[in-house]
Design a protein around this ligand. Structure first.
Ligand code: FAD
Length: 306
């Protein structure tokens, strides 16, 4: 098995995240998108997992497509509504299908509930369980939140949890979105002081669409929108608001195009800043589209990693 954490320690890596399309048409189009993405020789492509196992079948199908496209599939996996036995069965199924890289997550607590509705409470438990049941058969990534997870008691307590994930056997970190570079730098310093040595793969969402950007930052994660990004959103604001199904903005199409262009430039600058801080990998949310991703990769010279 290729140990991605080892690869990240040797050189900077590029990887992508995709999600299982909702429609059959989306599923049919995905192999072509993956083929395009693989032209950039990503170290791996990860696929999201619907909390509560809502899209497990499609997640497994997508992972096979990733393999076919010629790179390592990494599956996201959550504890939500999963029992010990259920987790064991699903993980064995992944192994049987040649998927041995996993991002071990708790998942978001289902609306109206106060617990995971499963046998475990936290991602730390999942990491320990995987190591106990499967030894070294999986390489395990875990989530890290540079601004602190939205529900954590404090940044320090969240970092203690991250250290626990490492102690329980996790191999590397995939980060939550963070546009606040000063905070990211502080977090790096703090986790190193806490004895966390796992390589850091930075999660980056291309800024292409106002509603998606605001939604991603605020619907769950509580990410700070730093000034330059807020200004971009204001500058190209779609009236009455970017979520409106029938916007009455006369310049709608122009604004969308201008925002996309400015967003790509912004994303490129963010990647430059992360790389200057010495992160181990750039993990781009490809959003199941290859065009914007290619513009970003070429714009920031990541294709020269190949
Ligand atoms: P944990 O690490 O368990 O932390 C959850 C909260 O509990 C934190 O506030 C933490 O500080 C606290 N905590 C942890 N352990 C303890 C403890 N022992 N005692 C007290 N408090 C504790 N979700 C999906 O549903 N599907 C996906 O595919 C998906 N992909 C993601 C990919 C990335 C890169 C990231 C960063 C997140 C992803 N998520 C996904 C979202 C993720 O499931 C949520 O952010 C979830 O709310 C937290 O998951 P976690 O693994 O960080 O949880």
């Amino acid at each position: 098995m290729v140990r991605l954490a080892e690869v990240m320690r040797q050189h900077e890596t590029l990887s992508f995240e995709v999600f299982p399309p909702k429609t059959d048409v989306g599923m049919e189009k995905l192999p072509k998108v993956l083929e395009e993405l693989c032209k950039f020789k990503p170290e791996y492509i990860s696929c999201t997992y619907g909390a509560g196992g809502t899209n497990v079948g499609k997640n497994r199908e997508v992972l096979q497509m990733v393999k076919q496209a010629g790179t390592i599939p990494v599956t996201h996996f959550t504890l939500i509504k999963n029992t010990r036995e259920g987790i064991k069965d699903q993980l064995q199924q992944y192994l049987d299908e040649g998927v041995d890289h996993i991002l071990a997550l708790r998942g978001d607590i289902p609306r109206g509930e106060t617990t995971t509705c499963g046998d475990f409470d936290y991602a730390t438990d999942l990491v320990a369980f995987i190591r106990k049941e499967f030894g070294d058969q999986f390489e395990i990534a875990v989530a890290g939140s540079p601004e602190g997870h939205i529900a954590c008691r404090s940044l320090d307590s969240d970092i203690a949890v991250l250290k626990q994930k490492q102690d329980n056997g996790a191999d590397y970190i995939m980060t939550q979105l963070c546009w606040d570079m000063e905070q990211f730098d502080r977090w790096l310093d703090k986790i190193h002081k806490a004895g966390i040595t796992m390589p850091i793969d930075v999660g980056i969402m291309p800024i292409l669409d106002q509603a998606a950007t605001i939604n991603m930052a605020l619907s769950r994660n509580g990410c700070v929108m730093e000034r330059e990004l807020s200004r971009l959103i204001s500058k190209y604001w779609i009236f009455p608001n970017p979520f409106d199904k029938e916007p009455f903005d006369d310049a709608l199409e122009q604004k969308k195009a201008d925002f996309r262009k400015a967003g790509i430039e912004y994303t490129i600058k963010q990647i430059d800043k992360y790389r200057a801080l010495g992160v181990h990998g750039i993990h781009l949310y490809a959003l199941n589209k290859s065009e914007a991703v290619s513009e970003i990769i070429e714009g920031c010279g990541l294709h020269t990693l190949v």
